[in-house]
Each structure stands twice: as structure tokens, then as C-alpha cells.
Design a protein around this ligand. Sequence first.
Ligand SMILES: [Zn+2]
Length: 122
Amino acid sequence: MARKKKTTRRTCAWCHKPTTLPAVYAADTPLMDWLEEKIDLVAKSKHIKRSDIWGEQSDWAKLGLTPGFENELLAYDSLLCTVTRKHICKTCLVDDYNLWLKYYSKIDDNPDNIDIIFEDLT
Ligand SMILES: [Zn+2]
């Protein structure tokens, strides 16, 4: 008797391509290069630091951001803060990690950064 090979079809929660990787805890959105870039550009144009816009201490009331940009940041923030178990394909994980390195690895008040700080000490 022929047995059907059991295939569990998993798709990447971010790009919807098939993936065989096990589920991981991940945010509802990957990091978005264009939005991260926009944060940098707006910070530059206002002569403030990136962390003044996108940081624990940021006070948007003082910055005069456009309502549209504020909405983008609010939506992005809530997606990034919603972490659930999901399947993410390798391409997305690698892309996301590279974007994280590009935009977040140099922030020293980020607790996730602690392993990099240790590397610097050796
Ligand atoms: Zn993917």
C-alpha cells in the first residue's frame, strides 16, 4: 500500500514563500529598510539623532514630525512589538538580521546588544 508522504506546508509569515524551518518567535513585520532609512533621513534633516525619533526617550511632541510619518512610526512600532511564534524563511531571517546590524547594532542602550559589547572588551 502506497503511503502518501506527509508534507506539512509551511509558509513564511513575512514573505509567504514556503519554508521548512521550525517556528521562531518573531515580530509581525520584518525590519523595513525604507522606513529605517526614512527615520535616518528625517533625523538628519532636523539635525537630531536617530534615537531622538526612534528611541526610548523620544518626544515627538517637540519634533514636529508630519502626522503621516508619526502614523507610519506608530504602526511600525506596534508591529515590531507584537512578537508571536511563526515560521520565517531563511531569506527573511538573514535579511532581517542584516537590517538589524545596519540600523540597531550600534545603539549602546539596547540590551540586545550586550553580546557585541562583550566582544568589544576582548
Ligand atoms: Zn520569508
